[in-house]
Design a binder for this molecule. Sequence first.
Ligand SMILES: C[S@@+](CC[C@H](N)C(=O)[O-])C[C@H]1O[C@@H](n2cnc3c(N)ncnc32)[C@H](O)[C@@H]1O
Length: 248
Amino acid sequence: MKSTNDIKKFYPPKRNTGSVSSRVEAKIVPLRRDFAPDEARGKDTTTVRLRELYQDKFKKYGDDPKSLLWKRKGAAHQRFRQFWAEIDFNNKKVLDIGCGFGEFGIFLVKRYKNVNYTGIDIVPEFINVGKKKYPNLNLAVADYLTDKIKAKFDVVIASGVLNSNVSNNMKFREKAIAKMFSLTSDVLAFNMLGGHPQPKFTNDSNVWYADSLEILNYCLSLTRRVILRANYNPHDFTIFMYKVKKSV
Ligand SMILES: C[S@@+](CC[C@H](N)C(=O)[O-])C[C@H]1O[C@@H](n2cnc3c(N)ncnc32)[C@H](O)[C@@H]1O
């Protein structure tokens, strides 16, 4: 696990990065806990297990969508397209939670002007590959659930981050969505496996298929400005949650 120094390394002081903003605006301060002590105590936390799952895949597949649990590259890209169908990323400060190798950041920088992008992931191997492939991207090892993220972002996105089969799936998703929504000043966009009615699946799977309407209802309890996009894949949906502005 990365120390504070490692995290600082991911936020280098000013440098010329072309169209990628180099300002250190995303102040992510890791708490004084680490993965290592949990593992040493044999404590089986959700994040530890998730990280190990992705690390096993990385050992097998390396720099490949399969390490991110995508069957093929197109699966990730189909989800990315939903984000930019709805959101104008020009001049936006963006947090990409669970960024994997940072591929979405590269799309943003190519397609939009003046994007201030930060990608975070719990898997150091993914971030290391991303930093080698895309040295101009601002990528860091961090856990959005437990690390202190002081900055607010215009746009927070999370693609594929809420697909895992964990011990209390609905509660886990509620906590995750609330946390993600607290990090944006305007819009949170995330996708998830599932649909309505809830697709059938086996319980021993690595993934869990949500009931999209149950998730939507929860989102509506946080803000009334919500979009559900469920027309691109029978087993995946995307939700956009906007902060309610006083004047609206
Ligand atoms: C299915 S992959 C998707 C990667 C990337 N967003 C994409 O679409 O190609 C999900 C990613 O979420 C990351 N992740 C899971 N839990 C996380 C957490 N608590 N904080 C940060 N990243 C997390 C995983 O390590 C993994 O890289």
